[in-house]
Ligand binder design. Structure first.
Ligand code: ADP
Ligand code: MG
Length: 258
């Protein structure tokens, strides 16, 4: 029997598609260059592993549903002097916080880059090997509410535990509704000291009893979120507004020149 006929089905059965694709070509190279059998095998294993990691990374990027183009590379740190660039990059490595289920809370008014920064940290976390889900908080709350109605909330919360970091965007937009905020509170309790949350919010803690039904629940939620949290305050002018003003200035200059 020819080698292909023997090897290919075995590699297929072992789920080694890259080795299966490359073993022949590499064996010809091995013979040509006089490789030791261990070297040949090592090369094939390395290809398989590297392709497997790439596929995994692509899967994790797709499942995270990050907004497109919001990366640390496209984030202009000069407009937010309160941010420490190397600290933000360190958040992306996940080392200080993800392993211990700590949280990152990003506060600031509209348009200052909270969502951009959250998504950018999320992308770096994925590149560092973590699993992430980006979601608008209201959307997730609606899904959890449906699960609760179907008596499947524990399963739904458990499913989210596969994500090392949940990015809850626009936390402050959750409506003050008992059922909604209850599921949000249960989510916070489920992940407390176990799995991380990255929250973006345009309301300070003082206004959180508008998110949660009563003060007691708001205090309990803040307590759990802040206990192990790094807090970033982006108190700068809206980036959108700044860009719009710049555009107006440029147009004015152009008109004056003509
Ligand atoms: P927020 O979530 O705080 O309302 P966004 O993150 O949505 O603000 O930012 C508004 C827009 O401005 C987005 O298109 C974002 O990419 C851009 N932006 C905000 N801050 C920066 C920044 N520092 N560098 C580059 N783009 C930024
Ligand atoms: Mg936002």
């Amino acid at each position: 029997m020819r080698q292909e006929a023997i090897l290919s089905p075995l590699l297929k059965e072992l789920r080694l598609p890259t080795m299966n694709r490359l073993w022949k070509e590499e064996s010809e190279k091995a013979i040509r260059e006089g490789w030791a059998p261990t070297h040949y095998l090592k090369i094939l294993c390395e290809y398989e592993l590297s392709h497997r990691n790439n596929r995994k990374l692509a899967r994790h990027m797709a499942e995270a549903k990050l907004p497109k183009g919001k990366t640390l590379e496209t984030f202009d740190f000069t407009v937010v002097p309160s941010l420490n660039k190397s600290q933000i990059h360190a958040f992306g490595s996940g080392e200080i916080w993800i392993k211990n289920g700590k949280n990152v809370l990003i506060f600031g008014p509209s348009g200052v880059g909270k969502t951009h920064l959250g998504a950018a940290i999320g992308e770096k976390l994925i590149e560092s090997g973590y699993r992430v889900l980006f979601t608008r908080t209201t959307e997730l709350v609606q899904k959890l509410q449906i699960a609760k109605k179907e008596l499947a909330l524990p399963t739904a919360l458990e499913k989210l535990n596969k994500y090392d970091c949940l990015i809850l965007d626009d936390f402050g937009y959750v409506q003050k509704d008992q059922a909604e905020t209850n599921v949000l509170f249960e989510l916070i309790c489920e992940r407390y000291e176990y799995k991380s949350l990255l929250i973006t919010c345009n309301q300070g803690f003082a206004q959180w009893d508008q998110i949660f039904m009563d003060k007691t629940m708001a205090v309990a939620a803040v307590d759990r979120l802040v206990h192990h949290a790094m807090i970033l305050e982006l108190n700068v002018e809206s980036y959108r507004k700044r860009q719009a003003l710049k555009q107006i200035d440029q147009n004015k200059e152009r008109i004056e020149k003509n």
